[in-house]
Design a protein around this ligand. Structure first.
Ligand SMILES: [Cu+2]
Length: 139
């Protein structure tokens, strides 16, 4: 019991280092500095735009979510901001539906003490539909 526990720690440590140096783990799939990003989720085609560009830390950002074709009924959608593989607490932006059917809200992305800049914006559309956009935030 004790022996296997002691053995597992160095292994986990090694795997963590290896994953880091090999650049594994999730990579950015969205470049909000240049353009908006589009993903499909079920019947929805979701576009996320973040302004102003480039998208930087510690500055108020405007999040704009729009839909091609089918649009949700909800008056408010929640955008959850997280860092892959890290607990950054709850960072949620409430997006309010406007007349043009875009959902908009403002929020701040904090600078991570680890120096990492990869963030994930997950749109909580429903219990099963959660399209996510992964991107690097700039200084
Ligand atoms: Cu972090």
């Amino acid at each position: 019991m004790k022996r296997s526990f002691v053995f597992s720690i160095p292994i986990m440590f090694f795997l963590a280092i290896a994953a880091c140096s090999m650049g594994k783990g999730p990579a950015a799939d969205c470049d909000p500095h240049a353009d908006s990003c589009t993903k499909s989720a079920g019947e929805y085609v979701v576009t996320l735009d973040i302004m102003p560009k480039p998208v930087v830390h510690m500055k108020e950002l405007a999040f704009d979510v729009s839909f091609e074709g089918k649009s949700p009924e909800a008056d408010i959608l929640v955008l959850d901001l997280s860092m892959p593989g890290m607990d950054m607490g709850k960072n949620r932006v409430e997006l309010e539906k406007s007349m043009d059917s875009h959902y908009r809200g403002t929020g701040i992305i904090v600078r991570c003490a680890s120096g990492k800049t990869l963030w994930k914006a997950t749109l909580l559309l429903s219990d099963t539909l959660k399209p996510a956009f992964t991107f690097n935030v700039r200084e």
